[in-house]
Design a protein. Sequence first.
Length: 237
Amino acid sequence: MNLLALDTSTESMSIAVQRGDGAGAHLWQHTAAGGALTSTHLIPEIQRLMGLAALDFGQLDAVVFGAGPGSFTGLRTACSVAQGLAFGAALPVLPVDTLLAVAEQARSQLQATDNLAVTALLDARMDELYAASYQWAHGRWSQSTDYRLIKPEQLAWDGVGVLAGNVFAAYGARLPDGPGRRVPAWPTAAALLRLAPALLAAGAAVSAAQALPTYIRDKVAQTTAERAALKPAGPTA
């Protein structure tokens, strides 16, 4: 199975190419700063990795992308690039839940083999988080809770299992405590590739024309008044 995966849903740009599968699979990957640099560097880095893997786009089985939730601009970028490449090579597109990719990345870092509960968190900016919970058991993931857009203090967590994501530096002190672990993790392209075989087998791939990002928040910017309200109050006379 030959796959290209990309994620630009966070402040990082992550790309990976897989050639072959099982024990014979080879992986080439690249991670760098995303944001404003993504539009300049994403396609050249994809081409470079494809060259290292000695693959043409027509030899791929699918293009995999992090569909969201995440950065509004980043999700549109990943989706449009995945669509463009897939259209040109007549390939299916596999949209993958970025919070599930966070959970998978945490599982891989912990080398967990069974019975792992993960609440995945991504920084949604505007003083909010994207959150969803997952359970790893018997070699597969299942989703325990739907996507949520919440303030850090609103996270309902029973302290069991793992909190994973990119939120701890900004919001760690405002998250609930518990005996479970906190694991910094991002939705890497390598995590997308580990998830891809099961999702493809389940029929989750779509045509390029049907590929869409997953938006949880309709509003993507704050008003001047809202930004002012979040600033710490200055000293009083």
